[in-house]
Design a protein around this ligand. Structure first.
Ligand code: ADP
Length: 494
């Protein structure tokens, strides 16, 4: 099958979250299964042009109001995909839209004011790219709101004309329903689509323009990144006002769990940790724990449980309930329990400040504010438990990394966390982690307390749980086969 991934992020070039990992890893796995996969992303300012190949000729993309947008196109091969069937990556280079720092925004402007233009242009340019390279996909696979308008163009501007895309079908993956791309509806003029399409395609959202919603109405199939999140998003509590649309589309909507990249996240071969280990030989994990304690200037003591966190510091991740001044439970947890907590993260400034303050006041809580691949690997390897009190979690990668690193997740029972973590059963001594239902400071306090209790009183169970976690299969190959099945269902449907 010919598959075109349309995405605003892809590692190793542009990443703000799990989306970037998923798009590249899924593409690589699909190519390994023999499919022809290409990816298209914008050429952001941060993507170094030196490593890319410039394609000859400028590319024109017709937009609304008679505007022709001109861009250059670069290409590169996805690392790790070999010469036989490489995943080709194309970069749309538009100086005005993408020649600036930041992907969706900057510290000064959290959401660029011209984002609706930047990403509708990108979604339209994708079709011009296919014409330029004379390659027409069977599947156009879009991701999240920035590329959600591509399935709309496919349905309302391309397929209706017959032509090159008459046999192309579209899939839209929701990575995070919390971000929808909602803007002033005047921006619709720029799409070049007729105003009737504003209503047919589902752009209209209480007088505003909602890019994701239009994609959800227009794509041939929809999915999200875990089966449980697919169910949750059809209900009001997790539907971000689009639960009705998802119920309406439920025959075409499913959940496919993300995989993890074992070439990067494998405790046996990990190049970023000082000591490697496996389920058969866990010694290295103890040494990694000492290295982690040293790295975070905590007392070296392997008898104390270490709880790790690597997270964006945003409301979605439950940081209010943990670190909210006077409200959050982190301070009481550290005061009352014999444990150590290490955290790596960046995000909202109130939270960064609170965490830095806790770090200086508490002897058993240490944090690094910032982004570091190396430190995130060390935390996964060296910690005994990994805390994710998420408000919602479409899939979540860190709990899967934790499981394969023998680090027991302590998680809220939500989204993909439900599909990946098994709660500790005290009677049988089985499970792979510790779970709670309600997101509030005392639930977090109690569940961390439960894990710490098990650490000191149920060590055999903890060791068994570790091994059970380490034997789970979260390979991308497994997920990729499910995507192929969905693609086949989609083409079959047409
Ligand atoms: P989300 O995409 O909602 O942030 P996920 O768990 O799906 O959550 O994926 C987050 C990814 O980003 C993981 O690979 C995680 O390790 C990484 N990450 C998040 N914050 C940091 C950080 N400060 N330093 C290093 N890696 C981080």
């Amino acid at each position: 099958m010919k598959i075109l991934m349309v995405s605003s992020e892809a590692v190793p070039w542009a990443k703000t979250g799990g989306l970037a990992d998923m798009v590249s890893a899924l593409s690589i796995s699909l190519a390994k299964l023999g499919h022809e996969v290409k990816i298209v992303i914008p050429r952001y300012y941060s993507v170094d042009r030196d490593g890319l190949k410039l394609m000859p000729g400028a590319m024109g993309t017709p937009m609304g109001g008679g505007i022709e947008e001109w861009s250059a196109v670069y290409s590169a091969d996805m690392p790790g995909t070999g010469k036989k069937n490489p995943v080709k990556v194309y970069f749309i280079d538009h100086e005005i839209f993408f020649g600036r720092d930041g992907i969706y925004g900057s510290p000064a402007e959290t959401d660029f004011i011209d984002n609706p233009r930047r990403f509708t242009f990108f979604c339209r340019a994708v079709f011009q790219l296919c014409r330029k390279i004379k390659w027409y996909p069977d599947i156009l696979h879009a991701h999240d709101w920035p590329s959600a308008v591509a399935p709309v163009y496919l349905k309302f501007a391309e397929r209706v004309r017959g032509g090159e895309f008459k046999n192309t079908v579209s899939v839209l993956t929701i990575h995070n329903l919390g971000y929808q791309g909602i803007y002033n509806k005047e921006n619709f003029n720029y799409t070049g689509l007729g105003w009737d399409v504003f209503y047919y395609a589902g752009f209209e959202d209480y007088g505003m323009l909602n890019m994701l919603k239009a994609g959800l109405y227009s794509a041939d199939k929809l999915n999200t990144v875990s089966p449980n999140y697919a169910e949750e998003t059809k209900k009001q509590a997790h539907g971000f006002r689009l639960d009705g649309v998802l119920r309406y589309r439920s025959a075409d909507y499913c959940g496919i769990l993300n995989g993890i990249d074992y070439s990067v996240w494998n405790p046996e071969k990990d190049k970023l940790i000082p000591y490697t280990y496996s389920a058969r030989n866990i010694e290295g994990k103890v040494k990694a724990k000492e290295a982690l304690q040293k790295e975070f200037s905590l007392p070296k003591d392997i008898s104390v449980p270490v709880i790790g966190m690597v997270t964006r510091l945003t409301d979605q991740k439950g940081v209010g309930e943990l670190f909210g001044p006077t409200y959050g439970s982190a301070w009481a947890i550290c005061r009352d329990m014999q444990l150590q907590i290490v955290l790596l993260g960046s995000g909202e400034s109130w939270c960064e400040n609170e965490i830095s303050s806790l770090s200086s006041r508490l002897s058993n809580f240490k944090a690094k504010i910032g982004y570091s691949e190396q430190t995130s690997h060390l935390i996964e390897a060296g910690a005994d438990f990994f805390l994710m009190p998420s408000r919602y979690e479409p899939c979540g990668l860190n709990q899967m990394y934790s499981l394969v690193y023998g680090t027991l997740p302590i998680v809220r029972r939500t989204g993909g966390l439900v599909d990946t973590v098994e709660n500790f059963n005290e009677a049988t001594g089985t499970g792979t982690g510790f779970m709670f239902d309600e997101l509030n400071p005392s639930s977090i306090y109690n569940t961390v307390g439960w894990a710490v209790w098990a650490w000191y009183n149920r060590r055999n169970d903890i060791e068994k749980m570790r091994l059970r976690g380490m034997s789970q299969d979260f390979s991308w190959e497994r997920s990729a086969r499910l995507y192929v099945k969905m693609y086949e269902d989609t083409t079959g449907k047409k």
